[in-house]
Design a protein around this ligand. Structure first.
Ligand code: GLA
Length: 393
């Protein structure tokens, strides 16, 4: 199933009502990894893979949430004083509903049907897409059109507190603010952003290693804790710093002795990565793709050697990419420990690149990877009701 037509039909068959349809995209991050929760810079783009959500109101205060990808249906009484996570996919939409309620949005009962196109476990933010689609749909159904920055923060809070993953703001923010053919430079402290055009002559090619390492979420939370510890230690000699965003490379070197070797490596990655994002932005504005690609390569090495969130399969993908024709840059993308690489490839070489990568990776690992040739897509929104009978998606 793909697009608004099929989800609307499926909804009508299941709930016997005409739904309103929303969609929210997944994302890929071009550069700026593990910087968002350090109040730094990131540069993601929204992808043309969406989470589709159909919704219609109910007369009671119940949320009935089903997904064509999962057999179980979640039912939640919005008035219930105690709603607990069930450690399953429905925690994302339920967590968002609870955060909306906490923010004072008077929710109505509703039937929801979710269809996710964003590949799961690929590091392309399928969970943020579900959160954002749910938030938009529930808020609008209650007559609210909340500010998109507030909505992103609310979705992040739901994931941090109800689901229990301590993610930063990047994924929810880009899902709500993505723009066709543009990357988004986001300052994760100020929550200011700038859209930067991606030249027509390149494609974003995503190579999914199909590897989902067991320690992805624990490793992620551990990295966050290490950054927080580094800030606490550095604050003793650099009073007034609030995050690694406030520390320069010179200051880090001067006060290296206050940190263990591991904390020093983590801080060095974050501080240098922030500078790389700004450098890459300059390069993109100047359409200097060679320079942009160099920053991507440096980012990958730093994530592998200093932040230690890469893995054998991601490194192999990047090494193979660097040997292909027409490649400006290649790096792991997202939280790491598996997932995907992002490759900036000259458009006319994109098909050959995808074929060679698939063949080479399978030969080395025995695993058939998924490869997607993408261009930046639009952020989340409602689908006009007039188009819910037409082909769309
Ligand atoms: C995950 C998180 C993001 C971000 C990246 C790493 O995708 O959800 O907030 O921290 O990892 O850059």
């Amino acid at each position: 199933m793909r697009g608004s037509t099929s989800i609307a039909e499926q909804f009508r068959a299941k709930f016997g009502a005409n739904p309103r349809v929303y969609r929210a995209p997944g994302r890929v991050n071009l550069i700026g990894e593990h910087t968002d929760y350090n109040e730094g810079y990131v540069m993601p783009v929204a992808l043309g893979f969406y989470c589709w959500l159909a919704i219609s109101p109910r007369d009671d205060q119940k949320l009935v949430i089903s997904s064509d990808g999962f057999s179980d249906t979640a039912e939640v009484e919005l008035d219930s004083p105690e709603i607990h996570p069930r450690k399953t996919w429905s925690d994302y939409p339920v967590g968002v509903a609870l955060e909306l309620k906490r923010a004072g949005v008077p929710l109505r009962g509703a039937n929801l049907l979710i269809h996710g196109e964003v590949p799961m476990g690929a590091g392309l933010s399928s969970s943020a897409a579900i959160e954002v689609a749910t938030a938009l749909a529930l808020a609008e159904q209650s007559g609210h059109s909340p500010d998109r920055v507030q909505l992103a923060l609310l979705c992040q809070k739901a994931e941090n507190e109800f689901v229990g993953a301590r993610c930063g703001i990047m994924d929810q923010f880009i899902s709500l603010h993505g723009r066709k053919n543009h990357a988004l430079l986001l300052d994760c402290r100020a929550l200011d952003f700038e859209l930067v055009a991606i030249p027509e002559c390149v494609r974003l090619v995503i190579c999914n290693t199909m590897v989902k390492h067991e320690h992805a979420s624990s490793g992620y939370n551990q990295r966050r804790a290490e950054c927080e510890e580094a800030v606490q230690r550095l604050a003793k000699v650099l009073p007034g710093i609030r995050s690694l965003r406030d520390v320069t490379l010179d200051q880090l070197d001067l006060h290296r002795g206050t940190l263990s070797e591991v904390l020093y490596k983590r801080a060095l990655h974050v501080i240098a990565e922030n500078a790389r994002v700004l450098g890459a932005t300059e390069a993109l504005r100047a359409e200097d793709l060679e320079r942009f690609g160099k920053r991507m390569a440096e980012s990958h090495s730093s994530l592998r050697d200093l932040y230690e969130v890469s893995c054998v399969e991601l490194d192999l993908m990047v090494d193979q990419a660097n040997r292909q024709e027409g490649v400006y840059g290649a790096r792991m993308t997202g939280g790491g420990f598996g997932g995907s690489t992002i490759n900036l490839v000259e458009s006319r070489f994109a098909d050959a690149f995808a074929e060679n990568m698939a063949r080479g990776y399978e030969k080395e690992t025995g695993i058939v990877p998924q490869i997607y040739i993408c261009a930046p897509a639009e952020g989340a929104g409602a689908i006009r009701s007039s188009s819910v009978g037409e082909k769309s998606g």
